[in-house]
Structure formats: C-alpha cells, structure tokens
Design a protein around this ligand. Structure first.
Ligand code: ADP
Ligand code: MG
Length: 263
C-alpha cells in the first residue's frame, strides 16, 4: 500500500522586499519517513520551515498537511494538527525550572480552556500534564534535572529539553531546524541517538548544514540552494550529485565520499 502524504508544498515561495528567499518549492514527505534538508547557509532552509509552520505567510503557493490546505492557518492551529518544530537557536526559557518549560509548552498549546486558565491563574497544573512532561524528560535523559533552573543546563541539555518540549506536544510531524548546531561532539552523539529513537514512531524532517552529520540518519535528502530545491534523492546519490558537490565544495569531481572539511 502506498504511504500517506503527511505534508506537501506546491509552488511555495517567500519574498522579503525585493529578495526571494524561497522559490517555487514543490516538496512532499510521506508518513513514517525520516528525511533531511541540506544546503549552504542562507539557502532558505529555515525560511522554508517558517512557512511550513505558519511563522509567516507564503507570498506564493500552498502548504497541505494531511491533505488539508493549511496555508492560512495560524501557527498554533498547525501545532494542534500535529505539526511541531524546534528552532535553529535553542528556544527555551532560562528563567523557568526545566520541568516548567515543558508544562508551559503543553498548556500554551492546549485547546482546553481550563488548562489555559490554570496557567494564567498560577494554580496547580493537572497531574496528568505533569506526569506526561516528566515522562518526556525521562525519554531525553533529563529526569534527574527536572527541578533545576533551566539556566544551569548546558547548551546540549537545553537542546534535549527543546526536543522533549516538542515531543510533549505529541507531534505527527516533527521538524528539527539544525538540531546539532552549536553542540560538542559528545552532545551531537547524544542528540543523534535521540533522533534515531524518535524517528521510529514519528515522521521527522531534519535541516542540517553539514551533510556528513546527517547521511546516516535519513532515508532521503533534499538540497536547497539560493531558495530553490536543486536535488532530491537517497543520501548516497545526493553525495555523488555533481551539482550538489559544486554547491558545497565549489568543484565538479568524481569522488563522492563524505568529506566533512569545507562543508
Ligand atoms: P538558511 O536557514 O538556509 O541558512 P534562511 O532561511 O535563514 O537560510 O535565510 C535565507 C535568506 O532569507 C537569507 O538571505 C536571509 O537573510 C533571508 N531572510 C530570512 N528571514 C528573513 C526576514 N524575516 N526578512 C528578510 N530576510 C530574511
Ligand atoms: Mg537556518
């Protein structure tokens, strides 16, 4: 049986003034896929995620989530449908306790009016929410730091917390914008292990600047360059694509091994 399309864009574009950051992108992800989007800095990758998730509206084209046109839906409504993302720069509140970052994420996105009121009134949060959040922390290895001030976490742990926040929203599609950026080698290994685990139960799209970091994580790579999707395929084929190699390494050659240097 053919897999269901989770998200699809048709002729998607975004113009900032005179500058076209995303140009005519036709993109599709099937249920259960773990796929990557790579491209040099400034290629338009984050802008593409911002369009998918409703941070700002497209200037052309459309976005379809489970077949529904969500192009004009608010970011909150897209989260409610199961589209959840993380940001290139870790986006957690340093002033809160670790567990409270999760509780806030869940309650803020909750459709339940009583939950929102409990947040505004500062009253005790429902036990099942606390339990779910504690479980999400457990799943990323942060259970023992649940009551730490978030400001005391390392950058790697903050990245883990951000992924836990995304998971606690029970996504159907998880969009990770450069989840490995700014991390040490040891932290990268931890986050890669976590992504490997979550992709078993979720459809995941990962933006990554460095090809070498992602080839073993995904089954398909799309390449963005100057706002356009210029190539798409299995990671090994993409690495050998002369156009992709020229964009990354500024040369056309036949060697298609992964060379992290110069990425
Ligand atoms: P990437 O994530 O691939 O590095 P971005 O999507 O962040 O690239 O940026 C693509 C281009 O769009 C860049 O030239 C950037 O300066 C521009 N851009 C992104 N967001 C905005 C914005 N809000 N206003 C104006 N230009 C933007
Ligand atoms: Mg980016």
């Amino acid at each position: 049986m053919a897999s269901q399309t989770i998200i699809e864009t048709k002729g998607l574009g975004k113009q900032f003034g005179d500058f076209q950051a995303v140009i005519d992108v036709n993109y599709r992800v099937l249920a259960g896929d773990a796929v990557g989007i790579i491209g040099p800095n400034g290629a338009g990758k984050s802008t593409f995620f911002n369009l998918l998730t409703g941070l700002f509206p497209p200037t052309s084209g459309s976005i379809h989530f489970f077949g529904q046109d969500v192009s004009n839906l608010s970011a909150e409504n897209r989260v409610a449908l199961g589209m959840v993302r993380t940001f290139q720069l870790v986006s957690v509140l340093d002033s809160l306790m670790v567990l409270d970052n999760l509780v806030l994420a869940v309650i803020r996105c909750s459709a339940d009016f009583n939950h929102k009121m409990s947040l505004m009134m500062g009253s005790a949060h429902p036990k099942h929410i606390i339990a779910d959040c504690a479980m999400a922390l457990e799943s990323v290895g942060l259970a023992s730091k649940a009551h730490w001030p978030t400001s005391d976490l390392s950058y790697g742990d903050k990245r883990m917390l951000e992924i836990a926040m995304a998971l606690s929203l029970k996504p159907k599609l998880l969009l990770l914008d450069e989840p490995l950026a700014g991390l040490s080698e040891a932290e990268i290994a931890e986050v890669v292990k976590l992504i490997d685990k979550v992709k078993k139960n979720l459809t995941v799209v990962i933006i990554e600047h460095k090809i070498s970091r992602i080839v073993n994580l995904v089954s398909r790579l799309s390449v963005m360059h100057e706002g356009r999707l210029i190539a798409e395929g299995e990671p090994d084929d993409i690495l050998c694509d002369p156009l992709v190699r020229e964009v990354y390494w500024g040369e056309r050659n036949d060697a298609c091994e992964v060379t992290a240097a110069g990425e």
